[in-house]
Design a protein around this ligand. Structure first.
Ligand SMILES: Cc1cc2nc3c(=O)[nH]c(=O)nc-3n(C[C@H](O)[C@H](O)[C@H](O)COP(=O)(O)O)c2cc1C
Length: 342
C-alpha cells in the first residue's frame, strides 16, 4: 500500500467524539473571514471532509444574533449535520449561553477558541489570553459541558512561551472538565505563522489525553498529512489555509479526487457566484479579496495573479478578471507559494 492509500485508509476510519461519530478524520479549521458560509458551500460541493468549523463567533453576540443578517453566525441547513460553531469569549456564563443557542440551532458541535492571539480578542481576556488564566479556561469548559449535550471541542495552542508542559497540563484539565476533543496548533502566541509549528508538541498532547486530538499547522500536501499522523499519533487532521488555496483538498486526500486543469478557473468563478448568493455585492467582493492571496499561491507567478484579481471592485469585474487571468491556464506549482500565505 502506498502512502496515499495508507492515509486514505486511516483518515476514513470512524472517529467517536462525545456522543457522536464522524468520518473522514479530516476537518476544515476555523478561520475568521475565510471559513464563511459561501466558502463552506464551495467546499461542500467537493466533499471529502468529516466536519467543517465556522470562523470564531462572539459568545456575547451569539444568543441574540440574527442569522439572516449576521455575516458570521449564519449557515445552510444542509451543513448543520457536519458543522461545528466556534465561539470566543472570556467567561463561563456567556460561553454557556452561546453553546446553548448553538445546540438549539442543530449544529453538530461547539468549539471553544483558546488559541486566537489577535490583540482585539486577547484584550477582552478571550482566545489565547485564556492560556494565561488556565483556571478560567477550565471553568469555561466545565460550564459549557454542563450546558449542552453536543460535542464540546477545544482549540488551543502551545501558549505564550515555547515550553509545552503547560499546554500538556491544560489538555488533561480540559479532558477532565468534559471536553470531547482537542485541536492543537503547536505555535506560541503571538507568533502568527511566521515560524513553523512544532509538530512534536502535538505528540505530547496526544499522549496526555484519551479524547481525540486533531493536529493542525502547515499541512500542505498528502505527505505532510501522512507525516503528521505518523509522527504525532494524532487522531485526525485540521486543515486551514491550504483548504482556502485548494477547496478540493479534502476530496483529493480522502476520495482520490483528481483535479483537472480547469479546476482553478471554475473554482474562482464558483467562489464569487456563491459569495454573491450569500452576501450583498460589496461584502461579496470584500470576502473574495480575502480569498485571493491564498488561491493565487497555486500559481508560479502568484503575486502577479493576486495583484490582477485584487483590482476588481464589483462581482462582474471579478468575473472579467478571473476570465482574463485564468483562462490562459497560468502555470501552477505543486506546493503553494508560502509568501502569499498570510
Ligand atoms: C485568516 C485566518 C483566520 C483564522 N481565524 C481563526 C479563528 O477564527 N479561530 C481559530 O481557532 N483559528 C483561526 N485561525 C487559525 C487556523 O485555524 C489554523 O490554526 C492556522 O491557520 C494553522 O493551520 P494551517 O497551517 O492549516 O493554516 C485563523 C487563521 C487564518 C489564516
Amino acid at each position: 500500500m502506498d502512502d496515499k492509500q495508507a492515509m486514505k485508509q486511516s483518515l476514513g476510519q470512524v472517529l467517536h467524539i462525545g456522543s457522536k461519530a464522524m468520518s473522514p478524520r479530516l476537518v476544515l479549521a476555523p478561520m475568521a473571514g475565510l471559513g464563511h458560509i459561501a466558502f463552506r458551500h464551495l467546499v461542500s460541493e467537493f466533499g471529502g471532509f468529516g466536519l467543517l468549523f465556522t470562523g470564531m463567533c462572539s459568545a456575547k453576540a451569539v444568543p441574540h444574533e440574527n442569522p439572516r443578517v449576521s455575516p458570521v453566525f449564519c449557515w445552510r441547513q444542509e451543513e448543520l449535520p457536519f458543522l461545528v460553531c466556534q465561539i470566543f469569549g472570556a467567561d463561563p456564563e456567556s460561553m454557556s449561553r452561546a453553546a446553548e443557542r448553538i445546540e438549539k440551532e442543530g449544529f453538530w458541535g461547539v468549539d471553544l477558541n483558546f488559541g486566537c492571539s489577535v490583540s482585539a480578542i486577547c484584550k477582552k481576556g478571550a482566545g489565547a489570553a485564556l492560556l494565561k488564566t488556565p483556571d478560567q479556561a477550565v471553568a469555561i469548559v466545565k460550564a459549557v459541558r454542563a450546558s449542552v449535550s453536543i460535542p464540546v471541542c477545544v482549540k488551543f495552542r502551545t501558549g505564550w512561551d515555547s515550553q509545552v508542559d503547560g499546554a500538556v497540563e491544560l489538555a488533561r484539565a480540559f479532558e477532565e472538565a468534559g471536553a470531547d476533543a482537542i485541536t492543537f496548533h503547536p505555535r506560541v502566541a503571538p507568533d502568527r505563522r511566521n515560524r513553523p509549528p512544532v509538530w512534536r508538541h502535538i505528540t505530547r498532547i496526544k499522549a496526555a489525553v484519551s479524547i481525540p486530538v486533531f493536529g493542525n499547522g502547515n499541512l500542505f500536501d498528502e505527505q505532510d498529512g501522512n507525516r503528521m499522523m505518523g509522527e504525532t499519533g494524532c487522531d485526525g487532521l485540521s486543515i486551514g489555509r491550504m483548504a482556502v488555496a485548494r477547496p478540493w483538498i479534502f476530496a483529493q486526500w480522502t476520495h482520490g479526487f483528481i483535479p483537472d486543469q480547469d479546476i482553478y478557473i471554475s473554482t474562482a468563478f464558483r467562489m464569487i457566484e456563491l459569495l454573491t448568493r450569500h452576501y450583498n455585492e460589496v461584502y461579496a467582493v470584500k470576502l473574495f479579496k480575502k480569498f485571493v492571496p491564498y488561491f493565487s499561491a497555486n500559481f508560479k507567478f502568484g503575486h502577479e495573479i493576486c495583484k490582477k484579481l485584487l483590482i476588481a471592485e464589483t462581482p462582474d469585474e471579478v468575473k472579467q478578471r478571473i476570465d482574463q487571468v485564468l483562462s490562459v491556464y497560468p502555470q501552477t506549482v505543486a506546493r503553494p507559494n508560502q509568501n502569499l500565505f498570510l
